[in-house]
Design a protein. Structure first.
Length: 118
């Protein structure tokens, strides 16, 4: 049985997803200020490794826990919803099926409390 990682195109598919996702995020004035002082190449690598981990691909993520990473950012529900919207659009652009999009969003949604520090 294929993993979600495989269904989303493996490493190359995840990297393309992350690139498109951050293009959308950086074009969104409600979100881009969170990345004003971020090394975006490093951020993309971390995000691709994290998606690989949560989508049952190779375990390459060595970053911090979500609670630690997002502490002090004051992320709110509308920020999370905007991220999910951009994530869905990036998945769709990459050719993911609606089932795979929903499965990927469900995986991210399980981290909502940690991301919003709630």
């Amino acid at each position: 049985m294929s993993t979600l990682f495989d269904k989303l195109g493996g490493q190359q598919g995840i990297e393309q997803l992350v690139d498109d996702f951050y293009k959308r995020v950086m074009a969104d004035s409600t979100l881009n200020h969170f990345f004003a002082h971020t090394d975006m190449d490093k951020q993309r690598r971390h995000q691709a490794a994290f998606f690989s981990l949560i989508f049952d691909g190779p375990k390459q993520y060595t970053g911090r826990q979500m609670e630690v990473t997002h502490t002090g950012m004051n992320l709110q529900e509308p920020h999370f919803e905007a991220i999910v919207k951009h994530f869905r659009e990036s998945l769709a652009l990459g050719g993911a099926s609606s089932d795979d999009i929903n499965a990927a969003v469900d995986r991210v949604a399980t981290l909502k409390g940690s991301i919003l520090n709630k």
